[in-house]
Design a protein around this ligand. Structure first.
Ligand code: ASP
Ligand code: MG
Length: 451
């Protein structure tokens, strides 16, 4: 069994879905395909949730209809196109598969419910936002079936057993494994049954391609849950681990893992191999290759993770696994944007800043602010924090505690792992470097934003 994961960008158009088919069509072994919501659908549905929870029923429905129109556009192109056999595509106007319209109706019925209490926000969020993945997988599964790639649509709410922490649910691996295995096994048995059958009317036998939603599951009470934004990579890893898959491939719009975001750093290069540990470090420092939670389930079973280019199915991409032939040699650049550089000094010029540090961090904690970089001098402390709406209140609270506060907004934090002398020359000096910190391996600087 292999697991393939396709993100929203890969299936944002009919062309993307056709390309997905092109990628999966000649897989002969078992394949479990995990799909995210199409394009920016999750964001669009978040807006629907906001309207709905605020009691703006009309706006919620109208916003949902925009998503319906978007999905219908894709469906019409797919099922009206020449790539679907005549039996499916001949009749004009193109009809939207009943399974898809059923989902539209189901969602509309949810949106017609009385406005729930505000405290139920997360529960309703999951119930509504999950239609993104339900729709994308239904369309993909129908299209594959209609175009000769027999597959089974899997409702992952029946497989992913989660707790009921809505919006950030955790997966019960053991229960999930049992359910996933049961589904795969039932297809295998169906296959055997039909092979010995003499004339099972219309029964295609067992399939070995499965199509399921990323990002969603269900609570013990059977209510829909979601696993946190961008959680589909994690879903793919859970499926792979449960089914002892030989590998996971995440298909993306990049050649593989790069040492830097090519949209920001023109000198970005491809990294063919990384260890699980490299990948975890990268994910946590803000490199948006894969969701940080993805690695652990794979590492436990030593399943390699490929990051592959959606546009070229024969390219190997990058592989992330336990042991690699040679360590990563190129420096890795990660840019964290929207930073505020704050300098805090005890107003009494006390030289024992250490004693005051606890007070400063207590104030940060009160405002839910995480320090991304800290540097102390004899009489002051500089901190790079994420931009926050509470900046004035934060500064006010520190001032009330006896500190003088100054800050620069519109900053960015650049981290260079494994920096070279050239990197140091290029990024580590100059008037635009407001603060620099380095160890033997890592260089970090705070500077005014460049992008
Ligand atoms: N559709 C979800 C999101 O946009 C999950 C995912 O794409 O991984 O966050
Ligand atoms: Mg995504």
């Amino acid at each position: 069994m292999k697991v393939y994961k396709f993100g929203g960008a890969s299936v944002r158009s009919a062309e993307g879905v056709r390309n997905l088919r092109h990628i999966v069509e000649d897989e002969r072994g078992g394949l479990f395909v995990i799909v995210s919501a199409m394009g920016k659908t999750t964001n669009a549905l978040e807006t629907v949730v906001d309207h709905f929870m605020a009691g703006r029923r009309e706006e919620a429905l109208a916003a949902f209809e925009v998503s319906v129109a978007y999905h219908n556009g894709i469906v019409e192109e797919l099922f009206g196109g020449a790539d679907v056999p005549a039996s499916v595509s001949s009749s004009a106007p193109v009809s939207v598969p009943a399974s898809v319209t059923a989902l539209y109706d189901e969602a509309r019925a949810v949106l017609a419910s009385p406005t729930p209490a505000g405290s139920d926000f997360e529960r309703w969020y999951d119930r509504i936002v999950s239609y993104g993945e339900l729709l994308s997988t239904t369309i993909v599964s129908e299209y594959l079936n209609a175009s000769g790639v027999a597959n089974r649509w899997v409702d992952m709410r029946e497989c992913f057993a989660t707790d009921d922490r809505f919006k950030y649910a955790s997966v019960d691996m053991e229960a999930t494994e049992i359910r996933l295995k049961a589904i795969v096994l039932s297809e295998a048995l169906r296959g055997e049954g039909s092979a010995s059958d003499t004339g099972g009317a219309g029964d295609a036998g067992g399939v070995n391609v499965f199509v399921g939603q990323g990002f969603i599951g269900a609570s013990p009470a059977g209510e829909t849950t979601t696993l946190g934004r961008e959680g589909s990579d994690y879903s793919a890893a859970v499926v792979a681990s449960a089914l002892d898959a030989e590998s996971v491939s995440i298909w993306k719009d990049v050649p593989g893992v790069l040492n830097a975001d090519p949209k920001i750093f023109p000198e970005s290069t491809f990294i063919p191999e990384l260890t699980y540990l490299d990948a975890i470090e990268l994910a946590f420092s803000g490199a948006q290759i894969i969701h940080p939670k993805t690695i652990k389930p794979l590492q436990n079973k030593n399943i390699p993770l490929y990051v592959r280019p959606f546009g070229d199915k024969h390219a190997v991409g990058s592989v992330i696994r336990e042991k690699i032939a040679a360590p990563v040699e190129v420096p890795i650049l990660i840019l964290k944007r929207e930073q505020v550089l704050m300098t805090i000094r005890p107003r009494d010029y006390s030289f024992v800043l250490e004693e005051k540090m606890g007070d400063i961090f207590a104030v940060f904690e009160r405002f839910g602010i995480k320090a991304n970089l800290v540097q102390t001098s004899a009489v002051s402390m500089s901190v790079s924090i994420d931009r926050t709406r509470h900046l004035d209140e934060l500064a006010g609270a520190l001032e009330a505690g006896g500190f003088a506060v100054r800050y620069n907004e519109d900053m960015e934090l650049l981290t260079v792992r494994g920096y070279t002398p050239e990197c140091l020359q290029r990024y580590g000096r100059g008037p635009e470097v407001y603060l620099a910190q380095r160890t033997r391996r890592i260089l970090r600087i705070v500077r005014p934003r460049t992008v």
